[in-house]
Design a protein. Structure first.
Length: 416
């Protein structure tokens, strides 16, 4: 039985290929069942994200051709179009790969935590489809445990490595709690969306999103229970903001010193935290001269991010050591499964011997034989039957100079 991990990711395949090999959540269960029913696969799960599509499966055939043919048929794509981008891992390397993916060590952003949730989604889909199998199900659980240990024992996820995350973390340090603060976000692009998400997850009191295109602002604000305004309304609402984070593509500053100074007066000099994530800048540099305004640029945050990336790289080295240990633990479990059938058969044989001896003893008791005599005879007969076959095998091993079997017998039976 072979465990395989086969897939493509942001390093190996362009987005055009990743799009064609993606599996939407609504079709995942059907795809898994089709893969399970159509081929010699004993366990299967699919992880599909914007950055990767990976297939984790168990089969008697270590060649990935079965999977490649299924992908080609399912996605109506020629194998030669996607096989150059595939990577494949077997057994211990597939286990290590799953652990590294779940820990964020194989992610575009080192140590990012979202991938673990996506792995859990892949597991749940396979569980509900009934395609996991014993070994793959156990591997997923061990993967989650390994990821938790890495998160607990290292600092891989403790330092922000995106400007949006760094900006929100800095806001938390200044305000302690964000639940009573109002955030004004200027722009509606990816950076502002990520910033809004981080603020929302950290229980921001209120979000206002300003954009040149009102519909875009409204669409984004509605995701986070926010309030949308047109960019022309910025002056009216600026004084409401405790936190201002801006990221637009404007070639000219959107907020000047005079406009911010007026807002500070309306706020009765209540402090305002401002972050300019745009290049060119959205907020005039002179704003930093104002009292009660704390202005940070993308360069200020980048220094923090660079330091945090160094911290994550060091943590990643620790994480690799943890993964080495966890891989060995899982391999030990797999090796033990090979002995399970022997243990089962041996126990069954012992139970049959016990039942036969007990039946004979009960018959003797029913016929009036002395109970103590019957018990002694039962113990003697049962002992002889249990040790007869091992004793004969050890004797034969001695006659044939099988010293390895004799040594193994001493170890198995714990003989001095």
């Amino acid at each position: 039985m072979t465990l395989l991990a086969v897939g493509i990711n942001y390093n190996t395949a362009p987005v055009a290929i990743r799009e064609r090999l993606s599996f939407p959540a609504e079709s995942l269960e059907l795809s898994l069942k089709t893969l399970w029913n159509s081929h010699k696969i004993n366990g299967a799960a699919i992880l599909s994200t914007c950055n990767r599509t990976e297939f984790y499966y168990q089969t008697d055939d270590c060649c990935p051709d079965i999977l490649i043919d299924w992908i080609a048929e399912t996605k109506a794509i020629s194998p030669r179009e996607f096989t150059p981008y595939l990577y494949s891992h077997t057994d211990s390397q597939s286990i290590r790969h799953m652990f590294r993916v779940a820990c964020g060590l194989d992610s575009m952003v080192l140590g990012e935590p979202q991938i673990l949730g996506q792995m859990k989604t892949a597991y749940q889909a396979a569980y509900e489809a009934g395609t996991l199998g014993k070994h793959l199900g156990k591997l997923f659980h061990h993967t989650f445990s390994a990821a938790k240990k890495v998160r607990t024992d290292t600092a891989i996820g403790s330092s922000p490595v995106s400007v949006a995350f760094a900006a929100v973390q800095l806001a938390q340090q200044i305000f302690n709690s964000l639940s009573e603060q109002t955030a004004l976000l200027i722009g509606a692009g990816e950076t502002i969306e990520l910033t809004a998400r981080h603020l929302y997850q950290n229980n921001i009191g209120r979000i206002i999103i300003a954009n040149r295109t009102y519909d875009k602002a409204h669409a984004l604000a509605s995701q986070f229970n926010g309030y949308a305004i047109d960019l022309s309304e910025l002056t009216t609402h600026l004084a409401e903001a405790d936190i201002v984070i801006s990221s637009t593509a404007s070639q000219l500053p959107i907020l000047g010193k005079g406009r911010v100074e007026s807002a500070i007066k309306k706020r009765k000099h209540k402090p305002m935290f401002m972050v300019d994530l745009a290049v060119p800048r959205d907020i005039e540099s002179e704003v930093a001269q104002l009292q009660d305004v704390y202005l940070y640029t993308v360069d200020d945050l980048q220094n923090t991010i660079d330091q945090n990336m160094d911290s994550r790289r060091k943590a990643a080295e620790q994480a690799e050591e943890i993964i080495d240990t966890q891989v060995e633990h899982f391999l030990s479990w797999m090796r033990s499964q090979g002995a399970q059938s022997v243990i089962k058969d041996y126990r069954l044989q012992a139970h049959i011997t016990r039942d036969q001896s007990l039946e004979k003893a009960l018959s003797q008791l029913n016929n009036g034989r002395d109970a103590e005599e019957v018990l002694n005879l039962l113990a003697h007969t049962l002992t002889n039957k249990l040790i007869h076959t091992p004793s004969a095998q050890i004797r034969d091993a001695g006659e044939n100079e099988r010293h390895d079997l004799i040594a193994a017998a001493r170890e198995i039976f714990k003989l001095p």
